[in-house]
Design a protein around this ligand. Sequence first.
Ligand code: CA
Length: 197
Amino acid sequence: MAQTGFLIFLLVAALLLLDHATGQSSQSKARKHSKRRVKEKADDLKSQIDKLWQEVNSLKEMQALQTVCLRGTKVHKKCYLASDGAKHFHEANEDCIAKGGTLAIPRDGDETNALRDYGKKSMPGVADFWLGVTDMVNEGKFVDVNGMVLNYFNWDRSQPRGGKRENCVSLSQSAQGKWSDEVCRTLKRYICEFLIP
Ligand SMILES: [Ca+2]
């Protein structure tokens, strides 16, 4: 991204200036006034560098998000990206976090439909996949992977029913996007979701 390149250039220029300013500081020890001015200048440059770093990092995040959205799909204010392989719930969750997202958490009927359609398209023939919903902390109290209360549930008939044995939730394609609790150590495909700022 051209913007990132420009910011990195600015950062390097600022670092060189800072180096120069620090050098000056050691040469002019005798003159207190000038020394203070140089220190102020250096502090100012440092804060500018901090700001530039923040911008570089947020640009990197935006770029990563764009890549995800291009590879996956963009629906409303989220991007979804299907996994290549199957994993246990915890590993699937960690993989999504490493990519800057979470396991997909449908928040309403529209998101369920979008997720179901994307799942069918991106993972044809896959019967179900992990969602970012679990009751492993408090049995029977299902929350999202951030531990936040859920306002939307889409349980299949007579689900959840796994008790303490089944603490992780999957979305079933054959049940039109309905949820079931499952054994967390089951190998399943998954979809990561990324919130668009
Ligand atoms: Ca349970």
